[in-house]
Design a protein around this ligand. Structure first.
Ligand code: GLC
Length: 748
């Protein structure tokens, strides 16, 4: 065939291919609609879609910007009438009528407040987390909110960090499972359902690795730690359909994440194929100047845009600084178009063009069904950490109880951090519940001793001591006010604030049995107080129904099943502390010589030659995954279906769990592995599966897990995910520190 004909044929083939792929892309009605709209937009209108401002009612400055097409999203406006008025202005009075996307932080509830996320994590119950998120989405969307900045998927290993409360703890697998559940609950079956709220996984990435647990601080993270620990929950949630993502304030290895092309372009957009909206955190674009990464706000705007941040939260640098570089050709308008395309696509997917308005019938908040769900989550989120002589549950020999401590009747603080719309008037406190449910059968001697968690005034101590002396048992509700955790609320001393330690000591000195209930946003340091109490129940700020939940647990109407989603340190000096740590060349083993055992004038000696603390030893107070019940469980008969597995193979691991106690209870069965040697060092343990089962007294169940070769892969520092041959140990047990042990190998 002559060359010219060949060339012609090749050209036609290319043309046909282009047309087909173009038509393939345009065949998608959503994309077609986006392209049509985009083609009509001015640069000013495009930059307007990339602008998110905070609400301010129906103020002229907002209305005028809306009319000019200058606002894409408004956060923190929650009055449905105002939302509808603003939306009507956008739809009917702006040139293109593009609806506004209204956003709000609905972190653990809108009106009905669920336990803080770290508390929900203690339930190890994805179904419950999903149910709670669904309630939150129904309530928030009824007020006009269709975008929320949750779930937070930041791995937290440092109890000093205020925001550890907002995530699901220290483990990538548990965080992934619960993050996906929250995304599902928020987004529902389809985004264009009026009750669906677009999720926003945050803060991408490595925010929890802030140096010293100081919020917003520097994170230095190796590639293998980034890939093996900090990124997996985001990948899982994006694979589960999370519609949007928020970048974090911090830098990783010298690059602030608002301008981190490696994270946002190479990994998120290219490798993970995430095509959802990326929003900055509040002012985080402009903060690249403070970081020392951008020379000006204009430079910061360009860096963020080119990195892939689509929407500017409340910084206004996109609208103020992107017009001239686009006009000058320094920044291609096509980059702006891609960002706007993602924003318009989200609004179409949410059905905002067809249903821009919020139904104005009275929203339904705090339904019995919602409150019952909130109570159930609070019950399963509580963790029983000590129960000497089975003091709990209290039985009918108890005729009088002393209710002491600043958290017994703290309706605002019981709700926890990141509560904008929940109302303390709806909070049911432990004291209110005790009076309601037991006031007629028990003598309730209430004497708080302190008025709030930071209270240092001891003038009420005498009444508290007297109440203890006059009672059969003391219920001591200690903890942290809500404001002592959350954003920008890190603590260097994580012990009980105020004079709580002194009050607890004096109450314990009465000799009465003490049940300590801590309600806080982090595992508070309790090492010195623990010996003073007979039982210890921990509740991460349990929300609206925390009172009924805790009282049911105290009196045995419910059985504790929660397990720690974070390692509980003896003292703050051990932080960061986490179970899936590396072994080091000198791992602590056996007895550790403590600081007081060192002889005077001891000659120079490297004590034990291992990595530990003289004054805190090597172990935490309680390990990750730990929690007691009112019954006991026995693990037997570990079976592995294979001693070796190669790639694309799997093994079945099973064991028998028996309820060896006298009451029905739920047990969170956990499977861990250890890879003994790798081309990069591997953690001493990694959670690879878990299952929550309920067993009646005497009942047994076989719990089985499938472990695939993919579950054994890990990332090295060269961005390679590997399955290497070698020896593994596997445990199935009740927490990260114990379990039935088995061994297997991976083979080529
Ligand atoms: C805050 C938080 C972020 C939140 C956003 C909007 O600074 O870092 O988690 O979603 O601003 O309130």
């Amino acid at each position: 065939m002559k060359n010219s004909v060949l060339l012609w044929s090749f050209g036609m083939l290319c043309l046909l291919l282009c047309v087909s792929c173009e038509s393939g892309k345009e065949k998608d009605p959503v994309e077609e609609r986006v392209s049509r709209l985009l083609s009509q937009m001015t640069l000013e209108e495009k930059l307007g879609q990339m602008e998110q401002i905070t609400g301010g009612g129906y103020a002229d400055y907002i209305v005028n910007q809306i009319k000019g097409g200058g606002i894409g999203s408004i956060l923190n406006e929650v009055n449905p009438e105002v939302i509808n008025r603003l939306q009507k202005t956008a739809v009917e009075e702006s040139r293109l009528g593009i609806p506004i996307l209204f956003g709000r932080d609905v972190i653990h509830g809108f009106k009905t407040i669920f336990p803080v996320p770290l508390g929900q994590a203690a339930s190890w119950n994805p179904q419950l987390v999903e149910a709670g998120a669904r309630v939150s989405a129904v309530e928030a969307s009824s007020a006009g909110i269709r975008w929320t900045f949750a779930p937070m998927l930041d791995i937290g290993r440092d109890q000093r960090w205020g925001r550890i409360v907002e995530g699901f703890g220290e483990d990538p697998l548990l965080t992934s499972a619960l993050g996906c559940a929250m995304v599902k609950g928020l987004q529902g079956e389809r985004l264009n359902d009026p009750s669906s709220v677009a999720a926003c996984v945050k803060h991408f990435a490595g925010y929890g690795a802030a140096e010293g647990g100081r919020d917003y601080n520097t994170a230095v993270i190796s590639e293998e730690q980034l890939r093996n620990v900090y990124l997996p929950p985001f990948k899982a949630a994006i694979d589960a359909g999370a519609a949007t993502l928020m970048v974090s304030f911090n830098e990783i290895n010298g690059i602030p994440n608002s301008g981190n092309r490696y994270l946002l372009q190479d990994i998120l957009r290219k490798e993970w194929q995430f095509n959802g909206v990326i929003v900055s955190d509040w002012n985080s674009i402009g903060e690249m100047v403070s970081h020392g990464y951008a020379e000006s706000l204009a430079d910061a705007a360009e860096k963020a845009l080119l990195a892939g941040v689509d929407m500017d939260m409340e910084n206004h640098v996109y609208r103020q600084h992107l017009t001239s570089p686009v006009k000058s050709g320094k920044v291609k308008e096509a980059v702006i178009d891609e960002a706007v395309r993602r924003i318009l696509r989200l609004k179409i997917q949410l059905g905002l063009f067809e249903n821009p308005y919020t139904p104005t019938e009275q929203p339904v908040f705090y339904t019995k069904e919602s409150l019952d769900k909130a109570k159930k989550v609070a019950v399963e989120s509580a963790v029983l950490l000590k129960n000497e002589n089975n003091l709990l549950p209290l039985n009918n020999t108890i005729k009088s109880i002393a209710v002491i401590g600043p958290m017994a009747d703290a309706p605002h603080d019981q709700l926890g951090t990141w509560v904008f719309d929940g109302e303390k008037a709806h909070t049911v406190t432990p004291l209110a519940t005790l009076r309601e449910e037991y006031g007629s059968t028990l003598k309730i001697n209430y004497a708080p001793g302190l008025n709030f968690s930071r209270d240092k005034d001891k003038k009420q101590f005498a009444q508290a001591i007297a109440a203890a002396k006059a009672s059969d048992v003391v219920l001591f509700f200690a903890g942290e006010e809500a404001i002592l955790s959350g954003e920008a609320h890190s603590r260097a001393d994580i012990s009980l604030p105020g004079a709580q330690k002194e009050l607890l000591t004096e109450v314990a000195q009465t000799g009465k049995p003490v049940v300590l209930i801590v309600i806080a946003g982090r595992t508070t340091e309790i090492y010195e107080q623990l010996p003073l109490v007979n039982a210890y129940l921990f509740s991460f700020h349990p929300g609206t129904m925390g009172g009924p939940a805790l009282v049911d647990l105290i009196f045995g109407k419910a059985v504790p099943s929660g397990k720690l989603p974070v390692t509980y340190p003896k003292m703050v000096g051990q932080s960061p502390i986490y179970y899936n740590h590396k072994n080091t060349g000198r791992p602590p083993a056996g007895k550790i010589e403590t600081i007081d055992e060192i002889p005077l004038e001891a000659g120079q000696v490297s004590l034990g030659n291992t990595s530990h603390y003289l004054d805190a030893g090597k172990d935490p107070l309680f390990p990750f995954g730990y929690g007691l019940s009112y019954t006991t469980f026995q693990y037997d008969d570990l079976k592995l279906s294979a001693q070796e597995i190669g790639k694309n193979e799997q093994l079945l691991a099973s064991c028998t769990v028996t309820n060896t106690g006298t009451v029905e209870g739920a047990e969170i069965v956990q499977l861990y592995i250890r890879d003994w040697a790798g081309s990069v060092t591997r953690p001493v343990k990694e959670l690879k599966a878990f299952d929550k089962i309920s067993l009646k007294p005497g009942e047994s169940a076989t719990v089985s897990f499938i472990l695939t070769a993919d579950d054994l892969k890990f990332w090295n520092n060269k961005n390679q995910q590997l399955l290497e041959t070698g020896d593994f140990t596997l445990w199935i047990g009740p927490n990260s520190a114990e379990g039935l042990e088995g061994r297997f190998r991976t083979k080529n």
